[in-house]
Structure formats: C-alpha cells, structure tokens
Write a protein of this length. Structure first.
Length: 438
C-alpha cells in the first residue's frame, strides 16, 4: 500500500508534514507506534461533565413542567454541541489519528444515539467514558463497559427491563424488555448470522434484568446516574443462553457477556466489520479470517487486532462526512475556533456526531453516502470550506503535502489554473476524487 493511502485509510488524513515524517520512519511502523500506550484524553475533554452527574441533574427537568422540559432540551443540546466540538478537535489535533479512528469506529459499532431524548445529554460522555478508554484493551472489557454505561442502558431501555417473576414484576406488573439483549447479539457480538435464536434473545434479556441505574436514597429519589444492579427486578431462576445455563445475580450477567465476547462467531463478526471499515466495502474473506484468528488467539486483545489490520489489502473507500470533515481540518490545520465551523459543515453533510438513525449506526459503505443530494452537499461543503479556510493557502503545495502520490495530474492541473483564487483552488482540492476517498 502506498504510504499516502495508508495514512488516509488508517488515520484521519495527513496534516502538513505528516506524510514526509511517516515515510521517513516507515509508514507501518509509524501507524503501529500510535497504538502504544493508553488512548489520549485531551485536556479540553476533562472540562466536560461526567455522565452520572448529567443524568442526576437532568432527571428532574425531564419529568418536570413544560418549562422544565424546554430547559432540559436546550441545555442538553448545548452540552451535546460542546461534546461534539471536543470530539472533532481531538481528531483534528491528534498525533495518533489511528487511535482516533478506532474510537469513532467502536463508538459507531456500539451506537447510543442522541436522537433518543434520554441519551441526548450523555451521548458524548458515553464515548468518552465507555469507548475511548477501552479501544486498545480487550473486547470483553469494552463490551462490559458499554453495556453497563447509562448511555446504553437508557438507549436500549434495559434500565426499565423487569423480570416478570421478580418481586417488582409480580408487584407492579412490569415485564421484560428485549432491546439490549437483541442488539448485543445481533450488532455487538455474534452478528445476525451468528447462530442465536429468539430464545437466546429472551434468555439474555432475562439474564440482564436488574441491570440499570442506581437510585438515590429516600422515597421518590431519582437516579444517581451510576450503574446499579437491582435484585428486586432480576428474573429469578436459571436461564439458558446458547445452550449454557446461567444462574441468578449480577455476576451471571457478567459471565454471559464474557462468554459472548469469547464466542467464535463474535471473532468472525467483529473481524468482518473491521475489515469492511479498514479494507473495502465488501470485506475480503481472507482478511476477515486473518483478523478473526488474531482476535481468537489473543482473547480479543484490541491492540493486537488493530495492528493486524495494517496487513490488510484494500481499495479506496468513499470518506464518510465525518472522515471528510476531519481530513479537511487536519490538512488545513484548523484551530479550535475553526472546529466550530467544521461542526456546522458536518451537520450540512448529514452526519452530526452521535445521531445515527438506529442502533446499527451509520453506513460504512459508499452506497450510504453517494446519493445525488449527498454529492451536491459535498460540493457545497467544499466551496464553503474553501471560502472559510482557504484564502491564504497554496492548494497545489498542500495537495502534494497531504496526498503525496495520490494527487492526480488532472487535479493538480486544475489547482494550478485556479491558483489566483486560493479559496476556489482549495475547494477544488477538497472536492477532488482523491481527497473524497481514503
């Protein structure tokens, strides 16, 4: 793979000087080195509130008067924008774009969408707290962190799921909610063809009853926002999942998730999703088998699995709006103020952070982003970005710097012709086929 293509595929687009530095060090070594150490947590992210505090503070507003509910929506949307600005700035500034790409990938794999009102204020915190710290750990730990987080508990309604034969179920007539169990099996672990049945969905849903949010002390107290296990809502008796019997209690839920993380179907499904993202829209079976083998051999060590991705063959993929926006920000060295404009552009392109339309997340192939209206929006975005960021930029030099050998002679010729109008020249660079792909 060409060095410039590798930086685009595994990173988030080169910044000026990055291509030359990576080529000097060896691109594979440059990318593998980014996997060393824990994921970065930029300083500006530490100013954002933890999810447990947000859940506790906003609980009363969400259930209050109409005025309170309007206040909740206003404050929650503002917090989501703060989180989104921090996320895009982290990606634009990062010296470890491979890791930032992994954060975005796993955040989409375990979607908790802010389109659900209960998640609106904590979608960003879900990524910061459950996804980011675990993308270079084990898949098992990542799955447990995601499942326990209030963002996922609220998004897929498990916080209200009650065993029909539990004390609360018998007293209040509440019942089982299968949403979380179904998505864990279909989207998070085994995959739709992973060999489970509806009985397994019900079995896992029963196992996870009682998992939810801790509540404050005293009559009528609201949620503290921390994860909590509620024995009174937990379905009693033995349960069966994929032919294995599980008993009662929180620890049995943990055991079930650990068993799912270690299942061969999980290795194959996760590998296919990774190969689709980092390789090609149609995953290469040989690549899937190789990555799945590393997953199984290492017990789901995501650092080892991520490094194995560097051996994939692939082809250029259409950049999603997120990829495209971040790549432009990195190429143009956009500052924190400029990241606000990038976020507005991302809204225009139709991929605002944490607003995927379903638990399946965003499309990860060209078909999902290449419709006629989407193409027009990309051209409009490029023109606006050129006006906003390109007035003092030499687009020819920038194209050579960040695209390397991927810059086509035809594109370079057009950039030279428009050199007297830097904003237009930069717009042409951003709209070019080679910049639109990674």
């Amino acid at each position: 793979m060409k060095p410039s293509a590798a930086l685009a595929r595994f990173g988030l687009g080169a910044r000026p000087g990055e291509f030359a530095a990576a080529s000097s060090a060896g691109v594979r070594r440059h990318l593998a080195h980014q996997l060393a150490g824990p994921p970065d947590r930029p300083q500006f992210m530490t100013d954002l509130p933890p999810s447990h505090r947000t859940v506790a503070e906003f609980a009363a507003l969400r259930k209050g008067s109409d005025k309170d509910k309007r206040r909740f929506r206003r404050q929650a949307r503002e917090l989501l924008r703060r989180e989104a600005r921090a996320r895009i700035q982290a990606a634009v500034d990062s010296d470890r774009p491979f890791v930032e790409r992994l954060v975005a990938f796993w955040s989409d794999h375990f979607t908790a969408s802010a389109l659900k009102p209960e998640v609106l204020a904590i979608a960003g915190a879900f990524e910061r707290e459950a996804i980011r710290p675990n993308v270079l750990g084990t898949f098992e730990d990542l799955l447990l962190a995601v499942t326990r987080h209030p963002g996922m508990q609220l998004y897929l309604d498990n916080a209200r799921s009650t065993g029909p034969n539990s004390r609360a179920g018998l007293r209040r007539g509440r019942g089982l909610n299968e949403n979380l169990a179904r998505e864990i099996l279909e989207l998070h672990t085994l995959g739709v063809d992973g060999g489970y049945s509806q009985d397994d969905v019900i079995g896992l849903a029963r196992i996870l009853t009682g998992w939810g949010l801790e509540r404050g002390r005293g009559r009528g107290a609201g949620p503290t926002g921390h994860f909590g296990f509620h024995p009174g809502r937990h379905e009693p008796g033995a349960k069966t999942l994929l032919g294995t019997r599980y008993g009662e209690g929180y620890d049995e839920g943990v055991r079930a998730l650990r068993d799912l993380a270690a299942h061969p179907s999980t290795a194959r499904y996760v590998a296919s999703e990774l190969v689709r993202h980092f390789g090609a829209d149609e995953p290469d079976p040989g690549g899937v088998a190789a990555v799945a083998s590393v997953f199984e051999r290492t017990g789901g060590d995501l650092r080892a699995v991520s490094e194995a991705l560097l051996d994939l063959a692939g082809e250029p993929k259409l950049r999603t709006p997120w990829d495209l926006t971040v790549a432009a920000g990195r190429a143009l060295e956009v500052d924190s103020v400029g990241c606000r404009a990038l976020l507005r552009g991302l809204d225009h392109l139709g991929q605002s952070p944490w607003t995927a339309p379903s638990p399946a997340g965003w499309p990860d192939d060209a078909a999902g982003w290449a419709g006629p209206e989407a193409v027009v929006r990309r051209v409009e975005w490029a023109q606006e970005a050129g006006r906003r960021f390109g007035r003092d930029v030499d687009a020819v030099s920038l194209g050579v710097d960040v695209l390397g050998s991927r810059l086509r002679p035809t594109t370079r010729k057009h950039l030279v012709r428009a050199a007297d109008d830097p904003a237009t020249s930069v717009a042409l660079l951003l709209a070019s086929p080679e910049f639109q792909r990674r």
